[in-house]
Design a protein around this ligand. Structure first.
Ligand code: FES
Ligand SMILES: [Fe+2]
Length: 388
């Protein structure tokens, strides 16, 4: 068993081998992964480099970067990032690390024409060029005009901003073509950000994704909150693609039908929420009237930073309706958090062994996630093995 192997590399290899075996099972014979998959620090380090350091990672909504000078900060893998809308209107993903001694240039988000390092006041423009270095004078061994912040790939999709630390990443849109067809009628790109919050949960990031992406728990865990809206019995799995997976969460027929939503939506589409993961860093609950999203940033094997937002279709949502939706969302997330924090304690139990997964409509996305991770991590380990 993987937990009995003590060397970190051996443990990771054993876990990925188990993952490959578990991933080969069909949906109706699927089982959960062993606890070490969610707790091993060596695997978390490999995920940080090979997933978060390579894949397209969502850092927020384009609306947060609407005007020249707008910026947000994010941590992806080991890179502190500064995502800016330059004075030229171009969206850029820059290193948030000063080229002098390595201080972080900015925290949080806001609007600035230039970025002044808090340490010794080196100054960069919104495109990352060094434009000031106090008292440094002219030096033959340092070309100030050539000094700039490293930059990384940046793309937008459906109003979301994605970045990639890979040197030449394959275009994001191609890997999401199938998902784009599913969400297109909802016009996520037109949905307006009305609620945004960020917090760390003391859980493994994969547990957050698995929880968000399965409908098995909706009725039992969210009895008072989500069950009346999206009961487990109305969940239906859909075929995953290379870069996404998910399920439909049907809206209860007992609810009054929302009149909000894009006219492109058919009745069937309006009656369900497209739950979608764009692993490893984004989950979306996409519906006609409003949608939720979470950007996922692991901080270690048992801590994850979550940037959670709600976006609404159309400009005419009264504040009290937004407040109602936000309250429902927060109560639901609090229920998830409580059970997942407990689950992390459960995973540390020496006597725990995983059980079978529920049928595909209810827990199929968990197997889809395993298959995604198996494909990406298996390939990464083989490449590392070949390079060694
Ligand atoms: S570390 Fe930024 S100016 Fe010194
Ligand atoms: Fe939940």
């Amino acid at each position: 068993m993987p937990t009995q192997v003590s060397q970190p590399n051996d443990r990771v290899e054993a876990l990925v081998r188990t993952l490959e075996q578990v991933s080969q099972r069909p949906y109706d014979q699927a089982w959960g992964m062993p606890a070490a998959f969610y707790t091993d620090p060596a695997l978390a380090a490999v995920e940080r480099r090979q997933l978060f350091g390579q894949e397209w990672i969502c850092v927020g909504r384009e609306q947060e970067l609407a005007a020249p000078g707008d910026f947000l900060t994010a941590q992806v893998g080991d890179e502190p990032l500064l995502v800016t809308r330059g004075q030229d209107g171009v969206l850029r993903c820059l290193s948030n690390v000063c080229r002098h001694r390595g201080a972080l240039l900015a925290e949080g988000s806001g609007r600035r024409k230039s970025f002044v390092c808090p340490y010794h006041a080196w100054t960069y423009d919104g495109a990352g060029h060094l434009v000031g270095a106090p008292l440094l004078g002219k030096r033959p061994d340092f070309a100030r005009e050539d000094c700039r912040l490293p930059s990384f790939a940046c793309e937008t999709w459906q109003g979301f901003v994605f970045v990639s630390l890979a040197a030449a990443p394959a275009p994001l849109a191609a890997q999401l073509a199938g998902l784009e067809a599913l969400v297109r009628p909802y016009h996520l790109e037109q949905q307006q950000l009305r609620h945004l919050e960020s917090e760390s949960w003391p859980i493994n990031w994969k547990c957050f994704i698995e929880n968000f992406m399965e409908g098995y728990h909706l009725s039992p865990l969210h009895r008072e909150t989500l069950h009346p809206v999206n009961p487990t019995r109305l969940c239906a799995h859909y075929q995953p693609g290379d870069g996404y997976f998910g399920y439909y969460a049907g809206f209860s027929p007992d609810l009054p039908r929302s009149t909000k939503g894009h006219p492109d939506l058919t009745g069937e589409e309006a009656d369900r929420c497209v739950m979608a993961a764009v692993p490893p860093g984004l989950v979306i609950g996409c519906a006609g009237d409003y949608s939720s999203f979470t950007c996922i940033q692991p901080e270690g094997p048992d801590s994850v930073r979550l940037k959670m937002g709600l976006i609404f279709f159309g400009p005419d949502w009264p504040d009290e309706r937004v407040a109602w939706a936000t309250e429902l969302y927060r109560r639901t997330m609090a229920e998830d958090k409580e059970v997942l924090v407990g689950l992390m304690r459960g995973l540390r139990s020496p006597s725990f062994t995983p059980g079978p997964l529920a049928p595909a409509d209810y827990e199929g996305p968990t197997l889809d996630f395993y298959r995604y991770l198996s494909q990406r991590l298996g390939k990464a380990l083989r490449n590392l093995g070949a390079a060694a």
